[in-house]
Design a binder for this molecule. Structure first.
Ligand SMILES: Nc1ncnc2c1ncn2[C@@H]1O[C@H](COP(=O)(O)OP(=O)(O)O)[C@@H](O)[C@H]1O
Ligand SMILES: [Mg+2]
Length: 311
């Protein structure tokens, strides 16, 4: 792992170094944008997240411990670096967006965070626990507390929506069937599919399938939910509906969301904070409040993305 000083070729700045007490204003003089809105997540402690001591949030004594803390993450496939020096925190109750163009490593970053792809460097703590350092039992317990909806996360076609949502309950709990059914219907109700529980995936629209996927990811009431491109392939109106659903769930349940997307409208609609990955830079080129990035970023690629300009 390189003992990088946190400034890559792009002049990145504003990383929360573990050893530095400089999370402060986070505003780099140039290059990497870090327009961070100091914001309390505004959700009650759901009691689920972060029971254990997380690594201290540097420079912010008394701050709520992060739900995710990623420090200097790097992933390489066959010697090819996908990203490096990726450092960020996700706060409890917020909707955190990972954005960037196709192929820049967004899905890979998600997979690295939950241990499906090995880290070439760095450390990641989820809900206060470092997955890579956890034993099997702790690892399983941790993963049970995280919901994921993958980009390709299809529902099982031969099962009703209710049965799809029951699946994680069947796998991870000893609940009897009637209890599972009640919980599954409640989750489907939460995503607006209360009347569609008995339908098969082939009988519903793409937007409904995404909602059902979210219901399934929430089956075990995870305090942390990852969504990989939830609105991909949806029309703008359905996509806006899904954004609203994600916002409502975040506000009403206190669930922390990490949402991968490259859709500007979604990012601006739901993102409390974001990081932007870039293929050329092999890492982060921006972090902070997406609306501020849009207004204030001077990084050519970041500006181009947020203002829909040619880079
Ligand atoms: N398992 C893998 N083995 C080798 N290369 C991979 C693997 N997974 C992803 N990649 C490569 O890593 C890069 C980032 O992929 P990905 O994370 O899927 O991008 P994004 O989600 O941002 O579109 C791509 O070039 C992709 O081909
Ligand atoms: Mg992807």
């Amino acid at each position: 792992m390189s003992a990088s000083d946190g400034r890559g070729a792009e002049g990145r700045e504003g990383l929360n170094r573990p050893r530095q007490a400089s999370a402060s204003d986070g505003r780099g003089a140039e290059g990497r944008e870090s327009l961070d809105r100091p914001r309390e997540p505004g959700t009650p402690d759901g009691g689920g997240a972060g029971r254990r001591d997380a690594p201290a949030a540097p420079g912010r004594p008394g701050a709520i411990e992060p739900v995710i803390k990623a420090v200097d993450l790097a992933v390489a496939f066959n010697g090819r670096t996908i990203f490096k020096d990726v450092t960020f925190e996700v706060r409890r109750g917020e909707i955190f967006v990972i954005l960037g163009g196709s192929g820049c490593g967004k899905s890979t970053l998600l997979k690295a965070l939950i241990g499906l792809v090995p880290l070439a460097a760095g450390h990641a703590w989820l809900l206060g626990e470092e997955l890579a350092a956890a034993d099997d039992a702790a690892r399983r317990a941790l993963l049970r507390r995280i919901g994921v909806m993958w980009q390709s996360g299809a529902l099982f076609g031969s099962m009703t929506l209710a049965e799809n949502v029951e699946l994680p309950l069947e796998e991870h709990t000893d609940l009897p069937r009637p209890a599972r059914e009640v919980l599954a219907r409640a989750k489907l109700g939460l995503v607006g599919l209360g009347d569609a529980a008995a339908r098969l995936p082939a009988e519903i629209s793409g937007g409904m399938a995404k909602r059902a996927g979210i219901a399934r990811a929430m089956a075990l009431d995870p305090p942390l939910l990852f969504l990989d491109e939830p609105s991909a392939g949806l029309d703008p109106i359905t996509s806006a509906g899904l954004d609203k659903l994600i916002r409502d769930i975040a506000r009403e349940t206190g669930t922390t969301f990490v949402v991968v997307t490259h859709e500007l409208q979604s990012i601006l609609a739901i993102g409390d904070r974001c990081i932007m990955l870039d293929k050329q830079a092999q890492g982060m080129i921006a972090e902070g409040d997406p609306r501020k990035l849009r207004e204030e970023s001077t990084h050519p690629t970041v500006r181009a993305f947020f203002r829909r300009e040619a880079a």
